[in-house]
Design a protein. Structure first.
Length: 95
């Protein structure tokens, strides 16, 4: 029983670490977002859920969706950059 508890605890810690790493750095995302003129002027991403934003960006990077410009833009970004951008936009107050 003790071994099961230790294993469960280790898995929980690993999961928490993975979530923390996937969270992204909002400050780095702010620098990356300087080139996002459309979203900056609209404010349409401000305050949205970071996980949902990251999922959308990953879909664009995979070539999914109808917005060819976003597909091209996201293909140039690393997974870390996309996590940073998602963290940045999620940190902004909704307009």
């Amino acid at each position: 029983m003790k071994r099961i508890a230790v294993t469960f605890f280790a898995l929980v810690l690993c999961g928490a670490a993975a979530v923390a790493l996937a969270a992204g750095d909002a400050a780095k995302g702010a620098d990356l977002a300087k080139g996002c003129a459309c979203h900056k002027s609209k404010g349409d991403l401000d305050g949205q859920d970071a996980a949902a934003l990251l999922k959308k960006m990953e879909a664009y990077k995979a070539g999914q969706g109808e917005n060819k410009a976003m597909i091209a833009i996201m293909k140039k970004h690393s997974d870390e950059n996309m996590a940073d951008l998602a963290a940045y936009y999620a940190s902004l107050p909704k307009k």
